[in-house]
Design a protein around this ligand. Sequence first.
Ligand code: BJ8
Length: 372
Amino acid sequence: MKTQAIEKLMQKFANRKEQLYKQKEEGRKVFGMFCAYVPIEIILAGNAIPVGLCGGKNDTIPIAEEDLPRNLCPLIKSSYGFKKAKTCPYFEASDIVIGETTCEGKKKMFELMENLVPMHVMHLPHMKDNSSLEIWIKEVEKLKELVEKETGNKITEEKLKEMVDKVNKIRELFYKLYELRRAKPAPIKGLDVLKLFQFAYLLDVDDTIEVLEDLIKELEERVKKGEGYEGKRILITGCPMVAGNNKIVEIIEEVGGIVVGEESCTGTRFFENYVEGYSIEDIAKRYFKIPCACRFKNDERIENIKRLVKDLDVDGVVYYTLQYCHTFNVEGAKVEEALKEEGIPVIRIETDYSESDKEQLKTRLEAFIEMI
Ligand code: BJ8
């Protein structure tokens, strides 16, 4: 029951490497990035191309562990390993990589990565008060200057407006997709939506819009006809699941669950909140709102999870943490408590990119899904 739009997505992803190198040959600069906090509107307004770089595969971890400690988040090790091994075409295409001061592991890894690739690190303050917002606005202004310098293109008001509208369009389409996922049966599998988010960080923005528009039309038809997937409705929350890392969603959907929502940077944190206005400040304000666990007092995230549980009529929540991700792991205790207070079933899963715990996870998730 794969939609044609998902087939198209896979096709576009298969062609993306070639397309990206062609765009580079035509003179466009490529900006690699690690995080949902990087305001892509600014990169696009300089006629450059933003690409997501986080590593989701186990293969590059051994080479990374030559420099990095073993007890470090697999996402950090995998991405560092991709650069060190020079095996990721998106990394190799990147003229510069934008990092950010989110979690400790990532920002210290950037200090080593600076030896492998030109980098610019944005200072994301961890507090959410006004003085922190002021710092962030300045950081976004600095990014604009950097993009202008790297590309040699002036970011005009007109160009910025065009790109704000374009990226807001993507957000609008993701909101529509979430609206459609409220239907019962669920019109699309969680695994397909996960791929959509993963590739949205990599594809050309116009291609992402095209795929989303097609997908929404197809899903509207499905919802009208009452077609889709039955199963216990699951919300995933926690660390992002970047390209290559589909393990948990695959298991959930194998053992009788259907993922209907993701509170994640491969999920709602990618698209929630529009940029409201066309100034650098307006752009900065939207990104500043992203409720990542690396921020201090992140209660908006808990409220978002509770709201999604209601909106999507979720049967249970899978709290997903990557091993050694202290921010999401510690915040998990607060999320679990808040959900339990409302009688919402929740299971906490901590894993890495290896296959070694697959059977054990399957047993636990199967039992959870049977129980809810
Ligand atoms: S905005 S979630 S993309 S930082 S999983 S590397 S936090 S130890 S990825 Fe993230 Fe930006 Fe936040 Fe989103 Fe560190 Fe945790 Fe690893 Fe993480």
